[in-house]
Design a protein around this ligand. Structure first.
Ligand code: ADP
Ligand code: TYD
Length: 206
């Protein structure tokens, strides 16, 4: 089963992805946890290019193609082989991030995004996607509390992120059975239980 986590920065995706991974491992399931952009030596190098603050001139389309290149490598090198071997593959972000950020936020035309996503994934789709939804106010408050500095993507304007959030919400409306919107302001344990309850409806013994 292929499970992805989506949301804006500091929504709590990584926390939930790690908790789900630990839960599965504790229950003796075969599982791996990867992140995007990244998860392979090549994709991690592309990640460094994408997040480098000195690359302020990067165009939206360049950005999209780099995210897509990192995704293609991760998909072929790690995700597909593990799915074939019956693993739960948990991915912190996947192509919905490109649709929300580069498409809704960065204004790369939607037909380009859809075609690019298909090429990068060779048509692979997550079975289940958890969209942890918080607004920019909450994200900013958490950044301050955690004392986390901003990478190149995070330096974009607030209007950009509001479009990203709107994009995610639209995606969740469009693909209700795959794309599950979860209120990210709830306590961490409540969100984990919600995630496990949704997962148990799809997969017994989880
Ligand atoms: P992301 O991967 O989406 O950037 P993280 O999982 O790294 O987010 O969490 C970002 C910050 O928010 C961390 O400091 C984390 O402890 C905190 N956090 C995560 N989930 C919640 C939650 N449900 N409520 C409050 N704070 C949270
Ligand atoms: P990530 O490491 O998940 O950031 P965080 O842990 O802070 O949530 O992702 C790096 C950044 O890249 C993040 O700002 C979102 C962005 N991104 C895109 O714009 N498009 C994409 O396709 C992906 C995968 C990520």
């Amino acid at each position: 089963m292929f499970i992805t986590f989506e949301g804006i920065d500091l929504s709590g995706k990584s926390t939930q992805a790690k908790m789900l991974y630990s839960h599965l491992k504790k229950n003796n399931k075969k599982a791996i946890l990867v992140r995007e952009p990244g998860g392979t030596v090549i994709s991690e190098k592309i990640r460094d290019i994408l997040l480098d603050k000195s690359h302020s001139k990067m165009f939206s389309l360049t950005e999209f193609l780099l995210f897509s290149a990192a995704r293609q490598q991760l998909t072929e090198e790690v995700i597909k082989p593990h799915l074939k071997k019956g693993y739960f593959v948990i991915c912190d972000r996947y192509y919905d991030s490109s649709t929300a950020y580069q498409g809704y936020g960065g204004k790369v035309p939607m037909d380009t995004i859809l075609r690019g996503n298909k090429i990068a994934t060779n048509g692979l789709k997550p079975d289940l996607t958890f969209f942890i939804d918080i607004d920019m106010k909450e994200s900013a408050a958490r950044r301050k509390k955690a004392g986390k500095s901003k990478d190149r993507m995070e330096q974009k304007k607030i209007q950009y992120f509001n479009k990203v959030i709107k994009g995610y919400r639209e995606l969740a409306e469009k693909e209700k059975s795959r794309f599950k919107r979860i209120d990210g302001r709830k306590p961490i344990e409540d969100i984990q239980n919600e995630i496990l309850n949704i997962l148990r409806k799809r997969h017994e013994n989880v």
